[in-house]
Design a protein around this ligand. Structure first.
Ligand SMILES: C[S@@+](CC[C@H](N)C(=O)[O-])C[C@H]1O[C@@H](n2cnc3c(N)ncnc32)[C@H](O)[C@@H]1O
Length: 273
C-alpha cells in the first residue's frame, strides 16, 4: 500500500487513534467482555423493538429485495438479524460470543424468525477463497471495527464475501454528550470513510439516530462492566460512585441512551482503481 499516500495517511490515522485509545484504557475488549455485556446489550436493542436495526434497514432497503441474502458480522443479540430477516430471504450471522449467540437464538425465536443461520466464530477465523466468497448480496459490520488495529484486511474480507453491497455502521462520537464522548471514542466513521475513498470506494452515507430508555439496573450493569474493562477494579467506592451517577441521570427510573451512527455503504462492483 506504500504507493498510495492517501490510503497510507488514513490507515496511519486509524492505527494512531487505536493506539491512543488503548493507551488510555485497561484493556481492549475481547470476546469474554461481550459474553458479560450480552444481557444488557440485548435488553437495550429489544427495548424499542430493534429500532437501530430497523433504521439501518431503512438506509439500505433501496438495494435489497425479498430474494436478497445478507451476512452480518458481529451480529450481537440479533440487532440486524431480526429486522432484516423480516424483509429479505436469508440472514447469516457471525457472532463469536457464546452468550450473545444464545440471546440471538432466543430473540429470533421470540420474534418468529427462522430464516437465518449462525456461525460462532470471529471473522478473522473464517476462510477466504471458500464457499463464503461472493455468497451474499450484502455484507454488514456494525460497531465491531473499533476493536481492531489493522482494519483494511477486515474490509477486504467483507468485500470477498459480498457479490454486491457492503455496509459498515460506525458510531459518530458526539462530544456534546458525555455519555458517548469518552476517551475511548475512535473517530471511526471519518477515518473509515476517507480510507474507503482513498481506495476507490465512493461510499454513500446515511446518518441514523438511535435513542432508547433502559432501566437503572441495566445501565448500572453496563457501567460496571465498562469500568472494569476500561478503568480499574470495581471497588465498593467505585461502585457507589457509579450508582450515584446513574441515579442522578435517571428520570422516572429510566436512563436514556442516545447515539448517532453512520451507515457507510458501497457497491463492490463499482470500485474505481
Ligand atoms: C458492540 S457489539 C455490536 C453488536 C451489533 N452489531 C449491533 O450493532 O448491535 C460488538 C459485537 O461484535 C462481536 N465481535 C467482536 N469481535 C468480533 C470479530 N472479530 N468477529 C466477529 N464478531 C466480533 C462481539 O462479540 C459483539 O457481539
Amino acid at each position: 500500500m506504500g504507493e498510495n499516500p492517501s490510503f497510507s495517511f488514513w490507515n496511519a490515522q486509524w492505527q494512531e487513534k487505536f493506539c491512543e485509545r488503548v493507551r488510555h484504557i485497561r484493556a481492549n475488549p475481547q470476546v469474554d467482555y461481550w459474553d458479560k455485556r450480552a444481557r444488557d446489550f440485548s435488553a437495550m436493542r429489544k427495548s424499542n423493538g430493534y429500532d437501530y436495526g430497523r433504521k439501518v434497514y431503512g438506509a439500505l432497503r433501496s438495494v435489497l429485495d425479498a430474494e436478497a441474502s445478507m451476512l452480518d458480522i458481529g451480529a450481537g443479540p440479533g440487532s440486524f438479524v431480526i429486522p432484516f430477516a423480516e424483509h429479505i430471504k436469508f440472514v447469516t450471522a457471525v457472532e463469536p460470543s457464546h452468550e450473545m449467540a444464545n440471546l440471538l437464538r432466543g430473540n429470533a425465536a421470540e420474534a418468529g424468525i427462522d430464516n437465518y443461520a449462525l456461525i460462532e466464530e470471529i471473522m478473522q477465523d473464517l476462510p477466504i477463497g471458500g464457499e463464503l466468497d461472493a455468497a451474499f448480496d450484502l455484507v454488514t459490520v456494525s460497531l465491531v471495527f473499533w476493536m481492531y488495529e489493522d482494519v483494511w484486511p477486515l474490509i477486504s474480507q467483507m468485500e470477498a464475501y459480498s457479490s454486491k453491497y457492503c455496509a459498515i455502521i460506525a458510531e459518530i462520537p458526539d462530544h456534546k454528550n458525555p455519555r458517548s464522548a469518552s476517551c475511548c471514542d475512535v473517530e471511526e466513521f471519518q477515518i473509515l470513510y476517507n480510507m474507503l475513498i482513498s481506495q476507490g470506494r465512493f461510499a454513500n452515507v446515511s446518518v441514523v439516530d438511535y435513542r432508547c430508555e433502559r432501566s437503572v439496573e441495566d445501565e448500572l450493569q453496563y457501567r460496571k462492566l465498562a469500568y472494569e474493562q476500561y478503568a480499574g477494579d470495581l471497588t465498593p467506592a467505585a461502585q457507589e460512585k457509579l450508582r450515584r451517577e446513574v441515579l442522578a441521570e435517571a428520570r422516572d427510573g429510566l436512563c436514556t441512551v442516545a447515539t448517532r451512527s453512520a451507515v457507510i455503504w458501497w457497491d463492490r462492483r463499482d470500485i474505481v482503481s
